[in-house]
Design a protein around this ligand. Structure first.
Ligand SMILES: *Cc1c(COP(=O)(O)O)cnc(C)c1O
Length: 395
């Protein structure tokens, strides 16, 4: 066994062109939404292969704007998996609508076509689904290949007139059968929070192919003003004139953040590849530990964004999850938990009278789940130390 190391759960890497682009921004004298933000939107949508991208101040803001633009309002019912961050559901409440929480599949933590179909039978009037690509693995959007729309989640949504909003906070760059996440649902929302796969410090992006949805989101991200501030200063004619068409929000992305995003975007594939290296190391070195279940990968390893690597301590483990986390911390290894399911959170539990027994798979995951460090600067020596420590602790 190696000597003790100190391995944080997450380490941010900003050693590309970040400083250079920030400096350009500062020297330009334009710090709020402007040229850098538009360049970031353009390059991001090119990378996705989607038509429109709208940069915002957070992933939560992107989800809120997407649901608003789709027309979700008071009394609407929206399907949301319970195994997610509160953002995925809170934005439904912002609009006066109600989440209907769904269980997920055990090995992947994902909503499946089967779970969704059953939910539609129970709640035929639901209006939309917030689909979360947990950990960076895409949910089953299509049936077979890239054309079978019948068996996948997209086909189910189409047949039942459900809008599909993808929470892709973990899923950049991720693919489903080789095609980028961001080019499937009605709207896809990414997060650039500090610990996500690429970051702008705080930030998010809404991507869509529907012009009307995009136009609405753009207006609502800046106070409901019908013209961008940038346009007002750069176009000829009356620079002061603008109209307010709705009580919008303050969700625009400043250029300083977009500058960081541009640099991160340039290296997104490289960073993903390094995380895949970590995942492969874990699979290879932990596969014989019979008291943990490793994550299930449904499609190709290369399509996965590898934002999380979550193991589950199973019924053969003599340690409870919290004790395992403590012992890992004593070894100097940071871990995290994804997720304490939303049906266990006081607000949702009390408001909707939710019971753990209605979410058996999520409960089984929750009891044992631990997320291991996975990031580009995590060296193979460190990975070896983590795996050795896990084996020792669970022996
Ligand atoms: C991080 C995250 C969000 C919210 O993103 P922010 O940029 O922090 O607002 C939404 N959904 C999931 C699943 C997340 O992990």
């Amino acid at each position: 066994m190696n000597t003790k190391l100190k391995i944080p759960y997450c380490r941010i890497r900003c050693d590309g062109n970040e400083l250079r682009y920030i400096q350009e921004t500062l020297e330009s004298g334009w710090l709020t939404t402007g040229a850098k933000c538009f360049e970031f939107e353009k390059k991001f949508s090119q990378k996705i292969g989607g038509k429109f991208a709208c940069a915002v101040s957070s992933g939560t803001a992107a989800l809120h704007l997407a649901c608003e633009a789709i027309g979700i309002g008071p009394g609407d019912k929206i399907f949301v998996p319970t195994m997610t961050f509160t953002s995925s559901a809170e934005i439904i409440r912002y609009l006066g609508a109600d989440p209907i929480f769904l269980d997920v599949e055990y090995g992947t933590c994902l909503l499946t076509p089967g779970i969704l179909e059953e939910a539609i039978r129970k709640h035929p009037g639901a209006k939309a689904v917030i689909l979360v690509h947990v950990g960076g693995q895409a949910a089953q959007l299509l049936g077979e290949g890239l054309t079978d729309n019948n068996q996948g989640i997209i086909g189910i949504c189409q047949r039942n007139a459900l809008k599909l909003i993808e929470d892709a906070a973990h899923a950049f760059p991720a693919r489903f059968r080789g095609r980028m996440i961001g080019s499937f649902g009605d709207a896809t929302c990414f997060s650039f929070y500090a610990n996500k796969t690429i970051t702008t410090g705080e930030g998010g992006m809404l991507v869509t192919d529907e012009r009307a949805l995009f136009e609405r989101a753009k207006v609502m991200r800046l106070h409901g003003i019908s013209r961008d501030i940038w346009d007002r200063y750069t176009s000829a004619g009356s620079s002061w004139e603008y109209d307010v068409i709705a009580p919008g929000y303050k969700y625009n992305m400043p250029d300083v953040a977009a500058a960081i995003g541009l640099a991160q975007l340039e290296r997104a594939d490289l960073l993903r590849q390094e995380r895949e290296r970590c995942a492969r190391f874990y699979f290879k070195n932990l596969k014989e530990v019979d008291s943990i279940d490793l994550p299930s990968v449904r499609e190709s390893m290369a399509d996965h964004a590898w934002h999380l690597y979550s193991i589950v301590l199973n019924e053969r483990s003599r340690l409870a999850r919290n004790r395992f986390v403590e012992l890992m911390a004593e070894k100097g290894i940071g871990t995290s938990v994804h997720y304490k399911p939303l049906h266990r959170m006081t607000y949702y539990r009390e408001r909707y009278g939710l019971r753990p027994e209605d979410f058996p798979n999520a409960e089984r995951i929750w009891r044992g789940c631990v997320s291991l460090p996975i990031y580009p600067t995590l060296g193979n020596g460190e990975l070896e130390y983590i795996c050795d420590s896990i084996r020792e602790i669970l022996a």
